[in-house]
Design a protein around this ligand. Structure first.
Ligand SMILES: C[S@@+](CC[C@H](N)C(=O)[O-])C[C@H]1O[C@@H](n2cnc3c(N)ncnc32)[C@H](O)[C@@H]1O
Length: 266
């Protein structure tokens, strides 16, 4: 029976750009508003190849999930999911393991509002609105408890999301909170914007644009990003540019704005 409980009205924050809707615009999506497009266009003035950067990241995410599903991983927590696009995590994982379970987590309510039908229309997949800065609340959420069996290996995805967390909010602590409940054989999938490579002026201009958004953006050094894998063993080829991570011959995006890797818990 359909759930007829009235839902409280959702504040989509149309007064400010949000990272989820800007990312959707960069990817070529339509689930964004004028306030997002204006901010995204300012980022594109600073970084003309945003389309390559976001797709390079998205293709990394897809290759990593396929790699893990082929290694037998059948449960995933995708933190900072973003709006649904082509090749969502459950679609990739379920091509390999039809019963694979996926919990999507995003703190932007638009992801639940727009993504419910596409991301959660199945007993093995769900989407929740939650903030990864409160990892214990996510771990205690009934949807997570129902779908994920923490006594078995799980993949936790922090893909292009920890750069929306300030140092003072302890990004390392967030990864650690998940690591603490992950069974041996679990995986961490992570990508992150970096200061190592891009022109400092373009980085500074991008940081400035996000100061007007619902979340700031924080570029980190390769060394700082490597620390996020503490306790995990990086799988080959290590912490590299997303396009260098087990690339397909058809991948043509080659930028130097992010680092990405997959770590395994012993
Ligand atoms: C750049 S998108 C990345 C989407 C997807 N992971 C990918 O790589 O294609 C970042 C997403 O993280 C979400 N996000 C940012 N801060 C978050 C937080 N504190 N908790 C949960 N989600 C967050 C944003 O709303 C946005 O949807």
């Amino acid at each position: 029976m359909a759930d007829s409980t009235p839902r409280p009205p959702v504040d989509l924050r149309l007064d400010r750009p949000t990272p989820a809707r800007m990312y959707d615009y960069f990817l070529g999506g339509k689930d964004n508003f004028a306030v997002d497009r204006e901010a995204a266009e300012r980022v594109k003035e600073a970084i003309p190849n945003t389309y390559e950067i976001v797709w390079e990241n998205r293709l990394f995410l897809q290759r990593a999930v396929r790699y893990l599903a082929e290694a037998g991983i059948d449960q995933y927590i995708d933190l900072g999911t973003g709006l649904p696009t082509q090749g969502n995590v459950h679609e990739i994982a379920q091509q390999v393991i039809p019963g694979a379970r996926v919990v999507y987590v995003d703190n932007d309510p638009i992801v639940l509002a727009y993504g419910r039908a596409l991301l959660a229309d199945s007993p093995t997949t769900t989407v929740i609105t939650a903030d990864m800065r409160e990892p214990h609340a996510i771990l205690g959420d009934s949807a997570v408890q129902d779908l994920i069996d923490f006594s078995r290996p799980v993949a936790v995805l922090f893909v292009a999301v920890l750069h929306f967390v300030r140092d003072s909010e302890d990004p390392l602590g967030m990864v650690k909170a998940f690591r603490g409940v992950m069974a041996p054989g679990s995986y961490l999938v992570l990508s992150h914007l970096t200061t190592d490579g891009p022109p400092p002026d373009a980085v500074a201009r991008t940081v400035e644009v996000y100061q007007g958004a619902t979340s700031p953006i924080v570029f980190r050094t390769r060394e700082q990003i490597a620390q996020l894998f503490d306790g995990f063993t990086l799988q080959r080829p290590g912490l590299v540019r997303p396009w260098q991570w087990r690339p397909e011959p058809t991948d043509t995006m080659h930028t130097k704005w992010l680092y990405a890797g997959v770590g395994k818990l012993a």
